[in-house]
Design a protein around this ligand. Sequence first.
Ligand code: SAH
Ligand code: SF4
Length: 362
Amino acid sequence: MIDIKKTLKKKELSKGDLIFLLSQYNKDERQLIFEKAREVKKKYVGNKIYLRGLIEYSNNCKKNCLYCGIRYNNKKVKRYVVKDEDVLQCADYAFKNNYASIVLQSGEISNKYFVQKISNLLKEIHQLTDNSLKVTLSCGEQTKETYKRWFEAGAHRYLLRIESSNKNIYNNIHPNDIKHNYEKRIQALQNLKEIGYQVGSGIMIGLPEQSIEDLADDLLFLKNINVDMVGMGPYVEHTDTPLYQKKELLLSKNGRYNLSMIMFALLRIIMKDINIASTTALDAISDFGRIEALNIAANVLMPNLTPTNYIANYNLYNNKPNSLLAYKLTNHIEQYKNRHGCSIAYGEHGNSKHFNLRTQKK
Ligand code: SAH
Ligand code: SF4
């Protein structure tokens, strides 16, 4: 106990400190870490929850990440692209319900048609909503020119996870080819930053053969590349993927949940003013996973607005929640807020404070 309190008082946490804190399984000790994270969150970003309406635009993907249910080689997937009018309807819903922000996410496609389509949609969304919605894209690795075009068309934020900062693990969870290259992914993050995006990255927690030490390195990686936002969550196996063969090596769901909560807390402690999303995968391993992450460290929630006729086909992992999410979740949060004194920041963009400070200094 004394050691934990001492460690949590340090200005800077070393890799050794992070490993020590990540290894705490006892309830009381974990509570100390959570309390510290809550304190930091309150002080640096406040107790508000910012909303991003999530639109899972398309499950077409040219890649074959070994963990992902919508990988190219999974022929069981019914592929879709959300119709323009449906995308606009979702944006309109977010606008009218004061979400202030949306996220367009999709499999990785890079042909000219797709690049142009996203540019057009960005422009139409801004026209429809009086330029008032902030738009995050999460459409994988693209050329710097494409990132620039989308930025100019009105995308403000981009989320591209490194998945694991350990190159060996990265190579173990991706095919060994030019489409799935660790250095290229890091370069893409660099390009996004140079263009001026608020840049988000993240990792999966509880991957096969991932150690506590690797997770400490992941936290330090996110700090070193100085991201503005993080979207991270537990790895959840998908039956029709190659990585499913390693399911015997996984921690239990409960184990991955506990590890995730400590990771969220430590991330908040070492990156005080960033935006941290409470991600959907948390709800795939625990009934109130997302709510708990918000209670400890996260400040962004992404209610799923994808129309119900598409949503079941965006099946990245087993047990992905897929119905009435936006409605249920915001209702749930309203109740939760009364218990914990936090509020949903309706109508606020919730730009990353870290981004604001980083760009002011220039
Ligand atoms: N195609 C884009 C964005 C969509 S995938 C990209 O890959 O960047 C979004 C995220 O889903 C990925 O970054 C990955 O971290 C997560 N994901 C995919 N399969 C998963 C799984 N089995 N368990 C947990 N997260 C998964
Ligand atoms: Fe495609 Fe993204 Fe899934 Fe990889 S994680 S297969 S890029 S959708």
